[in-house]
Design a protein around this ligand. Structure first.
Ligand code: TXA
Ligand code: MG
Length: 345
């Protein structure tokens, strides 16, 4: 079933959706980051359906979504002082923390790890569903494994229609990039996956922060990693993608133009409004998704733009990069994977 809650949540439909979750069915719902495919996290059979619907490798654990902070102690144990500081400052919000798990969380959720990823979404629809379902909700991003995350219902329906019991439409998601994932080791927060909550913000409240070495690095499929999701081919469409990220404006335009010629003009460029005229594509398409320094807008629209670019079947998709600072760190972490580490900079 499709439910349109773009204007407002329908309370009768909310009951139906929450019953589906309690009864072991899958529901797609919006969060402030990206859409999730949710199931009752305490029901291993229901969680198993998520892995099947997404084609997700079983060694990649899921995030458990809770209604509020008081629920954390139901799924996690031995919260340290630093973990509590992060919880108090960033939850609810686009932030996920890795905690010591309680046995109530089934193995299939955590891929057998002794930790559990916990997030409390801020989005009002997500909050409503998790609150009234009355159970923790395991939810990965709403996309087939390896594809860009779903940020609007049109994109998601093309990929996942028929694979879930309900789809809740809350319009385009606010942030467009998944949550910041953090694990505290020896009382120092380590960013396993960058997101809207930045390293700078974490450092401000924690005094220190580390970035996992895999955030900007390629990972071979058999390597042990802190965040297993980082090791798979990710955020990638069918078409070959190339990241172009020169700090110098003249170089940026020069190399984009050079690549346009190299690929016989049949290219799609995802980039900044200011560059559209300068590149002046004869045949291909320039998707100008934001102004040059508007990281918020760029991040919000990037996944959907990648899907649209792919549907046009060009010879190559050229994507403009951003500085690896602030929210830009999250955008570049995703784009490096989209482009399978093909970067000119
Ligand atoms: O914004 C988000 O986080 C979205 C929305 C729906 O909440 N969810 C999301 O889930 O992005 P997913 O499954 O696409 O990504 C979860 C990430 C993966 O990289 C996974 O490996 C990591 O979190 N993760 C989950 N449990 C973990 C654990 N116990 N230890 C380390 N990493 C973990
Ligand atoms: Mg995902």
């Amino acid at each position: 079933m499709y439910y349109n809650w773009k204007e407002q949540t329908d309370t009768e439909e909310l009951k139906i959706v929450c019953n589906l979750i309690r009864n072991g069915e899958l529901v797609i719902f919006p969060t402030e980051t990206v859409y999730g495919i949710g199931a009752n996290a305490l029901d291993p059979v229901a969680v198993g359906k998520i892995f099947i619907a997404k084609g997700r490798p079983s060694d990649n654990p899921l995030i458990v979504h809770l209604a509020d902070r008081r629920k954390i102690s139901e799924v996690a144990d031995e919260i340290t002082e630093m973990e509590q500081i992060l919880i108090d400052n960033f939850m609810p919000g686009p932030f996920t923390i890795i905690l010591k798990r309680k046995p109530i969380i089934p193995d299939i959720v955590t891929a057998g790890l002794d930790t559990v990823a916990v997030r409390i979404p801020q989005n009002i629809i997500a909050k409503g569903i998790i609150t009234y379902a009355g159970v923790p909700v395991a939810a990965p991003s709403a996309n087939i494994s390896g594809k860009p995350s779903g940020t609007n219902i049109d994109d998601i329906r093309k990929e996942l229609e028929g694979k879930v019991s309900a789809i809740v439409d809350g319009g385009e998601t606010d942030i467009g990039i998944e949550s910041t994932v953090v694990k505290v080791v020896n009382e120092v927060p380590i960013i396993l996956r960058p997101g809207k909550i930045t390293a700078e913000q974490i450092k401000e409240v924690a005094g220190d922060v580390k970035i996992d070495s895999k955030v900007f690095a390629k990972i071979s499929s058999d390597e042990a990693v802190q965040s297993p999701g980082m090791k798979y081919k990710h955020y990638a469409p069918e078409t070959k993608c190339q990241l172009v990220s020169y700090l110098n404006e003249l170089d940026q335009i020069f190399y984009l133009k050079k690549l346009v010629k190299e690929y016989a003009d049949n290219v799609v460029i995802i980039g900044f409004e200011e560059h559209e005229e300068k590149i002046n594509l004869p045949y291909g398409k320039f998707l100008a998704i934001s102004k040059k320094d508007d990281l918020e807008e760029y991040g919000k629209r990037i996944f959907s733009a990648i899907r649209y670019a792919d549907s046009l079947k060009p010879n190559i998709i050229l994507i403009e990069g951003v500085k690896r600072q602030g929210f830009g760190m999250a955008i570049m972490n995703r784009l490096l994977r989209t482009c399978e580490f093909n970067i000119l900079e």
